[in-house]
Design a protein around this ligand. Structure first.
Ligand SMILES: [Cu+2]
Length: 135
């Protein structure tokens, strides 16, 4: 009887300790984890925006979700023709958008890309470049 009573008492103390410590600890991270997950899905679906003006891109760093097709809303504000092309770290072309003069806008549909570091650039003006991080 004694060992059983001890065991019950220890189990009871342990349960109370877990309930108090665990309850407070788990509820906070759970709610914190839920909001970034809900927030990150919205930008992925809405697409990216890049503006070309005065022969430069307004954005030199883009981020996209790995293995997920996405769009780039390209706003060419110059009269000069521009486009956006994407190559991977080895220099292999992954996407080439239509070259068009501005002012005009086009939406490019970018295929799903594996995680990695990419470069985007304008084929007409090779000095117009930026980085695309797929993660
Ligand atoms: Cu250009």
């Amino acid at each position: 009887m004694r060992p059983l009573a001890w065991g019950f008492a220890i189990a009871l103390i342990a349960t109370v300790a877990i309930a108090c410590g665990g309850g407070g600890a788990t509820s906070a991270p759970a709610s914190a984890a839920a909001s970034p997950a809900a927030g990150s899905s919205a930008p992925a679906g809405s697409g990216l925006t890049v503006v070309a003006k005065d022969l430069v891109f307004d954005t030199v760093a883009l981020t996209a979700k790995a293995d997920t097709a996405f769009t780039i809303n390209f706003d060419n504000k110059d009269s000069a023709p521009h486009n956006i092309a994407i190559k991977d770290a080895t220099g292999a072309a992954k996407f080439k958008g239509e070259i068009f003069p501005g002012p005009a806008k086009k939406t490019y549909d970018i295929p799903a890309l594996p995680a990695g570091a990419y470069t985007f650039w304008c084929e007409v003006h090779p000095n117009m470049t930026g980085t695309l991080t797929v993660q």
